[in-house]
Design a protein around this ligand. Structure first.
Ligand code: FES
Ligand SMILES: [Fe+2]
Length: 384
């Protein structure tokens, strides 16, 4: 799991102004409290009260602030303690009581929270979806929670070799004797890699879809897929020149083995809302086929080195994704889950927020991060 990216915390409609209590959301193995203030802005702070560990998301919303359910310390959306009742009125509130507060942006009907301490100018962007506001396109959305390392799910999306066997809807279950994965080029983009490849695909089950896509039978279809950051993917499926389907998946690691996924799936054909249900059912059906193979994978977390798996040319985008992962680790952005697990019962950490660059001396220690080269060192240990 990595700090310093934007993660989807909720659908915009789930955080409503006027609620009695914040919404508690778990991301990167930590809890957060989210609420909407009267200006309409969503606020997000660490769930752990700096006094003695009260869960702020279980407290009450007071004006634009949140009151801890234990002793009533009250925190603003910037994480400042603005009321400390046991000291009485007019008492000076120590700076050290501040809790971490995180930048929030709403885009595509989703609440994105920046979980990290980078200043604004250095933050990776949220993935761009150019078709989202195009009236010729229609999007549906799908929410899933899987018992997987989210990186396994990202790798699956970019894996051209799995369609034939995992998805009977996309391939022929390997019965064609001349089946193979055509060679393809890997193309690096800012914040991720991707590829385009051609694959043999059977005719679609729905007649409407076949007609709209200009399909007459089995076909070679062009597919593109790639990742953006460690946790988002894009998938472009072009059944014909006039029919395009573009999927974007936002993966939020709840913890290292739980992946909460929000998929936005757009189409350039059959754009009438009456077809939404057909596309929703198809997306859910295909996602379930992926979940079926991913949840039992061993080991649960992607290995530190590729030699503990046997890569073939069809796996080259996956190898490239793992190169990117190592680059982000080299920047010191990867959470050290071994230390996190070891301390879990006695130490609560916070994901560092941008304010930690301005002020030292926080009550909660920042989450342990792997020193640059940490996975490389672990891989060396594995080899020994
Ligand atoms: S633990 Fe939050 S006010 Fe005491
Ligand atoms: Fe799949």
């Amino acid at each position: 799991m990595f700090i310093n990216f934007w993660y989807v915390a909720a659908q915009s409609g789930e955080i409503t102004f006027g609620a009695e209590r914040p919404v508690k959301v778990r991301m990167l193995g930590h809890n957060f409290a989210l609420w909407r203030d009267k200006s309409g802005q969503v606020r997000c702070i660490s769930d752990t009260c700096s006094h003695r560990g009260g869960a702020l998301a279980d407290g009450r919303i007071r004006g634009d602030c949140v009151e801890c359910p234990y002793h009533g310390w009250t925190f603003s959306g910037d994480g400042q303690c603005v009321r400390l009742p046991s000291l009485g009125p007019n008492a000076k509130i120590p700076d050290r009581t501040q809790v971490d507060a995180y930048p929030v942006q709403e885009k595509y009907g989703l609440v994105h929270v920046f979980l990290g301490d980078l200043p604004e100018a250095e933050r990776p962007p949220i993935i761009d979806i150019p078709e989202y506001d195009n009236p010729a396109w229609r999007f549906i959305r799908l929410g899933l929670t899987w018992n997987v390392d989210y990186k396994r799910a990202i790798e699956n999306t970019m894996d051209p070799g799995h369609n034939e066997f995992t998805h009977p809807t996309h391939g022929f279950l390997g019965v064609k004797p001349d089946y193979y994965v055509r060679d393809y080029e890997v193309e690096d983009r800012p914040w991720g890699t991707g590829s385009w490849h051609h694959m043999d695909t059977p005719t679609l089950a729905q007649r409407d879809m076949n007609q709209a896509a200009g399909r007459t039978g089995d076909k070679v279809v062009q597919n593109g897929a790639g990742h953006f950051g460690p946790h988002c993917t894009w998938t472009h499926i072009h059944p014909s020149d006039q029919a395009h389907m573009h999927g974007y998946a936002f993966h939020t690691p709840v913890d290292e083995v739980t992946d909460r996924i929000c998929v936005l799936f757009g189409r350039s054909f059959l754009a009438d809302a009456k077809y939404d249900q057909t596309f929703e059912a198809r997306a859910a059906f295909i996602a379930e086929q992926d979940r079926y193979v991913l949840e039992p994978l061993h080991p649960k977390l992607t290995p530190h080195q590729n030699t503990h798996e046997f890569f073939v040319p069809a796996d080259k985008t996956i190898a490239r994704y793992r190169d990117y992962i190592r680059q982000w680790e080299e920047r010191g952005w990867r959470i050290d889950i071994t230390r996190l697990r070891a301390d879990r019962d006695t130490v609560v950490h916070a994901i560092p927020s941008p304010a930690r660059r301005e002020r030292k001396g926080w009550v909660l220690p920042a989450v342990p991060l792997l020193a640059a080269g940490g996975a490389a060192a672990a891989a060396k240990k594995d080899r020994a």
